[in-house]
Design a protein around this ligand. Structure first.
Ligand SMILES: [Zn+2]
Length: 468
């Protein structure tokens, strides 16, 4: 039987400061090595001070993933040497001797199957190594400590996944959930990373690391399963090891034999006392948690009669659901939802575009108002949206500037239709014989008016002209 487990690392990017010092958690905006201090550089005599908000965020994640959360938590030193780790140990958590990390024994429902969460722990991110140079001979390695000490939550699952597809669905659910909680931005480069471990019947466990994206993880898992099955068919032992995903060659390659926990010489971090998390704190975190994605979806379907697929798309994306929540009224909720899923998504289909987009909820309600008042067509709304996303100018101004007002004056449309009946004689004959071909003529009117003609009125006028 195939068994796949995951270890996910997610940065708490919404926090102000690092886990143990006042340096910024958002290290991305700094020049290399400009977001550091004696604490995150591990200088002698410096002492860590725990970021209370980080403990709360991590506890919220544990609660949202249905985990047990303990009365008190402890931190440990995980000792190893690597140039990106200035202290030569990482402050993390460990579940031993009755000490606990922020959460454990939770689960996530993936298409009716419970994927168990073994533990959730709070730890610090190491720095970053940057490799430069074109060839092996010119290659140099640079180190940037801006990231060192960034709050990181590690989420470890049981090996409950039976195939890579389940893994992908789980990761989508998890990243939507973390984003919805308002503690993380999984779309940011490097903000959410996942390692996988894979084993097949009778074989050893193999860990796959160094995976850049969820898409690559799925490919890496597929490759690894095929490799292990092929070894097993030829009666070759599957070695317990860590393998790296080679993105260029699309294969996994052996990198080292896997360390055991004892190799890390874990011991209690005595510079940080046990931290008590009162029941009342946990209760209030639970109470103040943002509405879950599933309950949002249910509300959209039940209250506004929005189609379940549409509700799902909006509810599971924090950006779209915030646009929707601030735009809708009782009357236009369904229209707003449809506008988002048919047109807005086309222009804003990545997290990067979400960040640069200038669109606001007011733009959406203004556009729907204009469509419903028949001052613009749906087609023109789409044209306007593209401009709104770029410039963020007021809807009315854009409609004016781009001359997108709907043409609903009968005589104006009639004149255009007369011209088209002249130009498209065969199509007129066709439409008289086979009424279903009338759309060709409607399309011609739309072409001429750049999509501004009132479609209902256009069809009406063409039909009456055909009957003359
Ligand atoms: Zn620092």
């Amino acid at each position: 039987m195939t068994k796949i487990g995951l270890e996910i690392h997610c940065q708490l990017t919404k926090l102000e400061s690092k886990l143990f010092c006042p340096c910024k958690a958002n290290y991305r905006e700094f020049e290399p090595n400009h977001n550091i201090c004696p604490v995150c550089m591990g200088l002698p005599g410096s002492l860590p001070r725990l970021n209370q908000k980080a403990v709360e965020s991590a506890t919220s994640i544990a609660l949202a993933l249905n985990c047990q959360t303990p009365e008190k938590i402890a931190f440990f030193r995980k000792n190893y040497f690597y140039p990106d780790l200035p202290k030569n140990f990482q402050i993390t958590q460990l579940n031993v001797y009755g000490d606990m990390s922020v959460g454990g024994e939770g689960y996530v429902d993936v298409e009716g199957k419970k994927i168990k969460i073994r533990r959730i722990q709070l730890e610090e991110d190491p720095g970053r190594l940057i490799y430069e140079g074109a060839s092996d001979r010119t290659k140099i390695t640079l180190v940037d400590y801006n990231r060192a000490g960034t709050p990181l939550v590690e989420i470890v699952t049981d090996p409950d996944f039976e195939n890579p597809r389940q893994v992908r669905i789980f990761l989508n659910i998890l990243s939507d959930l973390l984003e919805n909680l308002g503690v993380a931005e999984p779309g940011l480069e490097g903000a959410m990373r996942a390692d996988g471990n894979v084993s097949i019947e009778g074989g050893n466990k193999v860990e796959i690391k160094n995976i850049g994206s969820f898409h690559d993880l799925e490919k890496a898992l597929h490759f690894e399963l095929t490799r292990q099955q092929s070894l097993s068919e030829r009666d070759i032992d599957i070695v317990m090891e860590t393998r790296h995903w080679d993105d260029r060659r699309k294969i996994t390659v052996s990198s080292r034999s896997k360390e055991e926990d004892q190799d890390y010489r874990y011991f209690l971090e005595n510079d940080i006392p046990w931290v008590k998390i009162e029941q009342s704190t946990r209760d209030s975190l639970k109470e103040n948690m943002p509405e879950s994605i599933s309950s949002k979806k249910e509300r959209y379907v039940e209250k506004f009669d929005i189609a379940p697929q549409v509700a799902e798309i909006i509810a599971s994306d924090r950006y779209y659901s915030q646009l929707f929540e601030n735009a809708y009224s009782e009357q236009n909720a369904k229209d707003i939802a449809n506008l988002i899923t048919t047109d807005v998504i086309g222009f804003i289909d990545t997290k990067e575009k979400q960040q640069t987009s200038k669109i606001t909820s007011k733009h959406l309600s203004d556009l729907i108002d204009a469509i419903n008042a028949k001052t613009i067509t749906r087609n023109s709304a789409k044209v306007a949206l593209q401009e709104i996303v770029k410039s963020g100018k007021d809807t009315k101004l854009i409609l004016q500037e781009m001359d997108l007002g709907q043409v609903s004056d009968s005589s104006e449309i009639d004149a255009i239709i007369s011209q088209i009946f002249e130009d498209e004689k065969q199509a007129v004959i066709d439409a008289k014989e086979r009424p279903e071909t009338v759309n060709f003529l409607v399309g011609k009117v739309m072409q001429k008016t750049k999509g501004k003609a009132d479609p209902v009125k256009t069809l009406e006028l063409i039909k009456s002209k055909l009957n003359q």
